[in-house]
Design a protein around this ligand. Structure first.
Ligand code: KMH
Ligand code: ZN
Length: 287
């Protein structure tokens, strides 16, 4: 009997979300917060198979910040540590004002997140006002910063597609499907399948699973042909009761899943192609 099952032989882009804005060293002492720690974790993730790092910034007290000097320092240290591609978070942290968060793209990262809707986010509120989101999308397009469209619920996908229909987003689109945030979609295979079916042809997409959903949701996403993200922003545990020793360990496990599914982790140049990034990084910031 011939094997007619669809094959997923293409490489998968693995992204490491190194620290996020919410967890603290009390939650897991391996969480990187200082710029040097974040750069060292970027290198561990790179060595384990990640070609993109998603970066949040912390101040000297370990709190989320959108400080441009901290951004330049962290990006500089990561670039010295390894050639990984850097995606800055414009989500930053729940208490940081939207306009401050938006200024981060003036440092001209290759990629940055674009959160298209406001929402309840765990115990807090994540504010992304429609006019601000439109301005940020326009500015990202002007600067050549590739937006990663963060989709925490089905309506967020509609808003992202409406921004695209207005001509505010360059093709090909790139989506993160985030499952398991309290206030967003529950982490169920049905929710993921529903969203994947609605992603426009030619767009890149990755799965983000929060907490205990991290491994199952990313595994399903890889099996469906998507890219995947893990890291200490998404889960502090390797498995129930076992804290992750760092981002490298989480990426190593995800790379193993990807290889088992015949989706080997993408190399750097493959990643640039799969995400339609220019061959070289954007010009350094003069801001
Ligand atoms: N943790 C939230 C504030 C992003 O990086 O752009 C959402 C977030 C999104 O982290
Ligand atoms: Zn983030």
């Amino acid at each position: 009997m011939p094997d007619t099952a669809p094959r997923q032989s293409a490489a998968a882009v693995l992204t490491a979300a190194l620290t996020g804005p919410i967890a603290t060293k009390q939650d897991n002492p391996a969480l990187p917060t200082a710029p040097e720690e974040i750069a060292s974790e970027a290198r561990s993730a790179w060595e384990a198979g990640a070609t993109v790092v998603h970066v949040h910034l912390r101040d000297a007290n370990g709190l989320p910040t959108a400080d441009l000097d901290v951004a330049r320092r962290v990006v500089g240290l990561i670039s010295e540590a390894c050639p990984v591609l850097i995606q800055l978070s414009t989500g930053v942290g729940l208490g940081v004002p939207f306009e401050e968060r938006s200024r981060l793209i003036e440092t001209r990262p290759a990629m940055a997140t674009l959160n298209v809707c406001s929402m309840t986010f765990g115990a807090g509120e994540f504010l992304n006002p429609p006019d601000g989101v439109r301005r940020l999308a326009v500015r990202m397009r002007e600067l050549g910063v590739k937006p990663e469209l963060e989709v925490y619920d089905t309506g967020h996908l509609d808003v992202a597609l409406a921004l695209h229909a207005e001509g505010l987003l360059a093709e090909p689109l790139q989506f993160s499907l985030v499952l398991g945030v309290r206030g967003g979609m529950a982490a169920t295979p049905e929710n993921l399948v529903h969203l994947v079916h609605r992603i426009p042809a030619g767009a890149a997409w990755q799965v983000i699973g929060i907490g205990r959903a991290n491994l199952p949701m990313t595994a399903i996403g890889l099996a469906m042909g998507g890219n995947a993200r893990t890291g200490m922003e998404d889960t502090l545990l390797l498995r129930r009761g076992v804290p992750a020793s760092g981002n490298g360990e989480l990426i190593e496990r995800l790379a193993g899943v990807a290889r088992a599914l015949e989706r080997p982790p993408a190399e750097l140049e493959e990643t640039r192609q799969l995400l339609s990034l220019p061959a070289r990084a954007a010009a350094p910031s003069t801001v």
